[in-house]
Design a protein around this ligand. Sequence first.
Ligand SMILES: [Zn+2]
Length: 439
Amino acid sequence: MEGSNIFSPSLAFTLVFALALCAQLLLKFWLATRQMRHVAGHRAQVPPPFAGHIPLAAHQKAADYTLAKGRVGLLEIALGAAVVLGWTLLGGLDALNQALLALVDERGGGGLLQQLALLAAFALINGLIDLPLTLYQTFVIEQRFGFNRMTLRLWLADLLKSTLVGALFGLPLAAAVLWLMGAAGTLWWLWAWALWMGFNLLLMVLYPTVIAPLFNKFTPLADEALRQRITALLARCGFAAKGLFVMDGSRRSAHANAYFTGLGAAKRVVFFDTLLQRLTPDEIEAVLAHELGHFKHHHIGKRMAALFAMSLAGFVLLGWLATQPWFYTGLGVRPNFMLAPGSQVPNDALALLLFALVVPVFGYFFAPLWAGLSRRHEFEADAYAAAQASGAALASALLKLHEDNASTLTPDPLYVRFYYSHPPALERLARLPAPAANL
Ligand SMILES: [Zn+2]
């Protein structure tokens, strides 16, 4: 139909998409290799501000770890682009869709079942493609640097559980969205957006209480002195939490963390056992005060509002794109309404998948905006922690966590601008009192 005309919207869209994919690939490679060169170039010496705080061996371990992850990262970048290309312009999604249509045709019926099968098959295939690299990251790289605590058995059990949980939540959600797309008229995207928002809120309630306990053990914080200290900090900051928990993060990894989870008054404070083992009570209090700073400055609410607004824009866009033939043909897919005019076989699953494949390609270029906002929030939370707890304790906690996690102290500045959600240690410490005083 349209393919022969050189100015067809379909061809134009193919070109725009291919250009964006190439630009994204080149930019990702360029940034990743810059970061690796920068880290390798600063490997020989602990940067002067940190001399005396970080041993040379730890600095070099961080460099080696960053480089090892970077090399796999290059492979990941190439694989990611190949997978997107394979699904779209090389015809992977079209072939999968046609195969499932043929299968359904033989048995009669179709519609929702075929579409759900398409979504599930797509997710499974993508999961299988990602599997080797994930295994390599955990059992080769994390292992080599002493971070991995997982056995293959635990890894397999996790995979099985997360697949089941994903299917349990994902399939009904997908079925509901597909149903809305077919039955809710031209404003389906508004309903689908409302459903998506509701689902996200539900997850925020269910995650800490139902999902996370499937993977980890959560025990109430037993250390009475620390408990009182933290309770006092929460009270001082006017913060309502439902409980303080310790998570057995050490079962899987030596990396340490602390976080808040849940909604409203049902919020929980969760400490990784690895964090409690490594930090002093002063430092733990400071780390928690930093997290409280995010709440006090309404960062969480702002981020959620931004996500709500962006997903609304996404659904508006999807609602329009799903009706445009060039959106499908331009991405290498023959929509059902073009193959069999007048047929009742819907294209909704195709539209969802193409959208999910294409949005990250274009959205990638906006990553620096998001990262920049996040870094500003981190500074605000640090300042709050310095006021409510101790800036010096936060600084020493940051140094310990950097060393323990083998995070590089010498990232490439441009790489930081593009990707880092947290400012580099040097910038954070420079804004805190001692031990940054001598930095
Ligand atoms: Zn933070």
